[in-house]
Design a protein around this ligand. Structure first.
Ligand code: XMP
Length: 315
């Protein structure tokens, strides 16, 4: 049986063995990278520089909330604003794997710049087992290149250290609870962020629509779970689809895009079942999203696909 206490002890010893020079750690505020950062801080805190990259694909208010949360657990964070660089690098790119590769590469380039700044040799990441399993290699097919694995460029000079590499999500959560981390209860959020929830052109305006729709789905499902109308799903969000349909606003014709509502139950993200959402909650979500992003979206659909055959995210 998995022992979070044993895992923490072993990882601290292993990190002390492996990391003998300055290290930057990529911290997104999610459970994986926060657990990795806290363990690394205990193990080699004096060598550690904690870096958060704002890609422009974070959720509503997320950068501020994460800064506060990480400061609360004593991690000193350098925030790098790279929103413009990400939008420029992704201009015209809509193919999901290419998108993930560009995001992964830019992520490493930014860390290499930070490496020059602080003289780092190592990059510590919160990679977990499904990240490298789904990224393919060997006899495994590439389901999707997780930006922290399959998206890494070949010529990178940082030495990558991955203390959580063999863990699954439920085990990382157990370690997070053992370390008393508030982030252990956060729902998973993909490394490439809203970029893989905004299908089609990644423009600031379309990402903003995705961000608003995601925030509404999160708020409504959390409120419904609080009222006891449903179980809070394992993961829940919205994605923007580049599919236009005809609608009507007042008595004026509209031609807008589509938002899909996705909610799933899972244990480790490797397989999942779609979560039933009560119709009254779906109705509220639909009305709120179409009102909030008037004109750009005029149709809301509900994804009822399990994994397999779907995946949790749409890209
Ligand atoms: P899929 O969409 O493959 O996702 O069924 C399984 C779980 O992994 C998350 N996910 C990612 N996490 N980097 C991450 O750290 C990524 O590139 C990535 N892509 C998907 C997804 O949100 C779900 O929880």
């Amino acid at each position: 049986m998995f022992s979070p206490e044993g895992f923490v002890k072993e990882s601290i010893a292993a990190l002390r063995e492996e990391v003998d020079d300055i290290a930057v750690i990529a911290c997104s505020g999610g459970v994986d990278s926060t657990v990795a950062a806290v363990i690394a801080d205990i193990a080699v805190g004096q060598l550690l520089h904690c870096v958060y990259v704002d890609t422009g694909f974070m959720r509503k208010n997320e950068t501020e909330e994460i800064q506060e949360m990480l400061a609360g657990i004593g991690l000193n964070l350098t925030v790098i604003h790279a929103e413009d660089r990400y939008f420029a690098a992704l201009e015209g790119i809509t193919e999901p794997e290419q998108k993930r590769k560009v995001i992964g590469e830019l992520f490493i380039r930014i860390f290499e710049e930070e490496q020059d700044e602080v003289g780092a040799k190592y990059l510590i990441q919160g990679t977990i087992a499904p990240d490298w399993i789904e990224s393919g290699g060997g006899a495994r097919d590439t389901i999707k290149s997780h930006h922290n694995v399959g998206g890494l460029p070949e010529d990178m000079s940082l030495v990558v250290v991955e203390p959580l590499r063999d863990l699954y999500k439920d085990e990382v959560r157990e370690v997070g609870h053992f370390l008393n981390l508030e982030s252990s209860n956060r729902q998973p959020f993909p490394g490439p962020g809203l970029a893989v929830r905004c299908l089609g052109d990644l423009t600031p305006a379309r990402v903003e629509v995705t961000r608003e729709a995601c925030a509404i789905v999160e708020e409504e499902l959390e409120a419904a779970a609080q009222r006891g109308e449903m179980e809070l799903p394992w993961q829940y969000f919205a994605a923007l689809l580049p599919v236009k349909s005809v609608g009507v606003h007042g008595d004026v014709r509209a031609y807008g895009e589509t938002v899909v509502v996705r909610a799933v139950t899972s244990i480790d993200g490797m397989s999942a079942r779609y979560s039933p959402i009560p119709h009254s909650v779906l109705t509220k979500i639909s009305t709120r999203i179409t009102n909030a992003v008037k004109g750009s979206v005029n149709r809301i659909v509900y994804d009822i696909t399990n994994k397999p055959p779907g995946t949790i995210e749409w890209e």
